[in-house]
Design a protein around this ligand. Structure first.
Ligand code: AP5
Length: 222
């Protein structure tokens, strides 16, 4: 019988490389990438009341209230593509209440990936990050520079990518991370994120292939 699609959560401090790894994971495994931060930025861009409110919290590096975030993520997870192809949830849950809410809706991950990167490196990554508004690709001026002059000329920077704002985001992350981790203890893998993006991906890829192989050989899948 066909295996159910993979369901993965990825977590880590600001600029630990979640978005970068999600690009590589979806390329290989075909999962639907759902980023809470991207959903919120789309809400801001739409000019909605929720977007305006969300921006106030994001400016301060604080968590956007659950009544905005929870349904937004739940709705995206419930769409047909996520249900059929599996999902890769990035930046959610960030609190035990968010985790509990998702569980209540019946969404349970197979794997929880935690990217670990020392704090001094995170700030350098935030400040050098640039985004291509045309392709959505993530760049870094030093570590992942744009391929052409044309791309370089159109790169943009996120409104919360200053050193001060990144420090606030980091503080919020540190306040909440252990609550979330304790809820996924038994399915968590810790990945050393302070390596090249290819090396980080290779650790994740190994864990995912092992998991898929175990599924295929376990008696429950016969
Ligand atoms: P969000 O957009 O999720 O931001 P974040 O968690 O701070 O994470 P980032 O997107 O900054 O980093 P990343 O880990 O994806 O790193 P990236 O791959 O880009 O959230 C923003 C805000 O929205 C939050 O502060 C909060 O207010 C709100 N929010 C979001 N989710 C919420 C929720 N669930 N509840 C409530 N509020 C929520 O990489 C960073 C840089 O490093 C790039 O330039 C990249 O090229 C470079 N890089 C990546 N990997 C490597 C490597 N291996 N070596 C060298 N450079 C690398």
């Amino acid at each position: 019988k066909a295996e159910p699609p993979l369901k993965i959560m990825i977590s880590g401090a600001p600029a630990s490389g979640k978005g970068t790894q999600c690009e590589l994971i979806t390329q290989k495994y075909g999962l639907v990438h759902i980023s809470a931060g991207d959903l919120l930025r789309a809400e801001i861009a739409s000019g909605s009341e929720n977007g305006k409110l969300a921006k106030e919290f994001m400016e301060k590096g604080q968590l956007v209230p659950d009544d905005i975030v929870v349904m937004m993520v739940k709705d995206r997870l419930s769409q047909t593509d996520s249900e059929q192809n599996g999902w890769l949830l990035d930046g959610y849950p960030r609190s035990s209440s968010q985790a509990t809410a998702l569980k209540g809706f019946g969404f349970q991950p197979d794997l929880f990936i935690l990217l670990e990167v020392p704090e001094d490196i995170l700030i350098e990554r935030v400040v050098g990050r640039r985004l291509d508004p045309v392709t959505g690709k993530i760049y870094h001026l030093k570590y992942s520079p744009p391929e052409t002059e044309e791309i370089a000329a159109r790169l943009t920077q996120r409104f919360d990518d200053t050193e001060d704002k990144a420090k606030l985001r980091l503080k919020t992350h540190n306040q909440n991370v252990s609550d979330v981790l304790s809820m996924y203890d038994d399915i968590t893998i810790k990945i050393k994120g302070n390596r090249s993006k290819e090396e980080v991906f290779s650790q994740i890829d190994t864990a995912l292939s092992q998991m898929l192989q175990q599924r295929n050989t376990s008696p429950s899948s016969l």
